[in-house]
Design a protein around this ligand. Structure first.
Ligand SMILES: C[S@@+](CC[C@H](N)C(=O)[O-])C[C@H]1O[C@@H](n2cnc3c(N)ncnc32)[C@H](O)[C@@H]1O
Length: 242
């Protein structure tokens, strides 16, 4: 886990860090090699009304378009939406508020690296369950909760093996993390809390995937070598109960 930063107030509006995020997307091969393929394989279909929840500059939407879909994006940042709109219609909103969508009109909702930025995860599951039709799907990709607690991080054993310290994993908590020159607030929730919230919202778990750092991440940051077997990315697919 990156060191917590207490002095800089975290951003509430991603417009101020939009240029940084766009550079990250351009420079980081992990999306192309690991995250977008994971998204593609978790999505049950690219057809129908597909909504990208927190679309950013639209890389997930572009992938859905490449597979024949016609996604709608939503996000908080006007600046990022201005780029994403090249891939489909976009709406500015502050998740979990989806009042711009009527009940049951969505076939598939998906969200990549957004859920742990939201203070109200229970609201996210309830509101997505309202707008997705019975039998429809929700896909979420997010930092694995093993990675997000305070004091979690690698420990190198005497023989060189990299072990993982759980830190304060069992406690829901927030941390302030660097985002370019600014900071953002992350919300850590233990896996059990996350899955229980989704179930309470009306979601039935179909698939849960846990992955470590892939080859692209290690190539970009050789200091991560040895952490390949440690959970880093969590991918989930639920079906909306009738
Ligand atoms: C780490 S970026 C991920 C963007 C995109 N899903 C991707 O994978 O490229 C997080 C995104 O969440 C958006 N975001 C953060 N809080 C939000 C909120 N409450 N409602 C809507 N979007 C939000 C930010 O504007 C940003 O685009």
């Amino acid at each position: 886990m990156l060191p917590a930063m207490g002095s800089t107030p975290p951003v509430d509006d991603w417009d101020s860090i939009a240029p940084w995020w766009r550079r990250e997307v351009e420079d980081d091969p992990v999306y192309d090699h690991q995250i977008l393929p994971m998204l593609e394989s978790l999505l049950p279909t690219f057809e129908g009304v597909v909504v990208d929840l927190g679309c950013g500059e639209g890389q997930g939407m572009r992938r859905v378009v490449e597979r024949g879909g016609r996604p709608i994006g939503c996000d908080l940042s006007r600046e990022l939406l201005g780029v994403a709109r090249a891939a489909g219609p976009v709406v500015r909103c502050r998740l979990p508020d989806l009042r711009w969508l009527r009940d049951g009109v969505v076939d598939v909702g998906y969200s990549v690296y957004v859920l742990d930025l939201l203070g109200d995860a229970a609201g996210f599951f309830a509101e997505t369950a309202r707008v997705v039709r019975p039998g429809g799907a929700l896909v979420v990709i997010v930092n694995h909760p093993a990675y997000t607690p305070h004091e979690a991080g690698p420990i190198v054993d005497v023989d060189g093996e990299v072990l993982w310290r759980w830190g304060t994993y069992l406690e829901p908590q927030t941390s302030v993390q660097p985002a370019g020159d600014a900071t953002v607030t992350f919300h850590h929730r233990p896996l059990g809390a996350l899955l229980t919230m989704a179930a309470a919202g009306g979601w039935s778990l179909v698939e849960m995937r846990e992955e470590g750092l892939g080859a692209a991440a290690i190539a970009r940051e050789p200091g991560y070598r040895g952490q390949e077997g440690i959970p880093r990315v969590l991918g989930l697919r639920w079906r909306r109960l009738s």
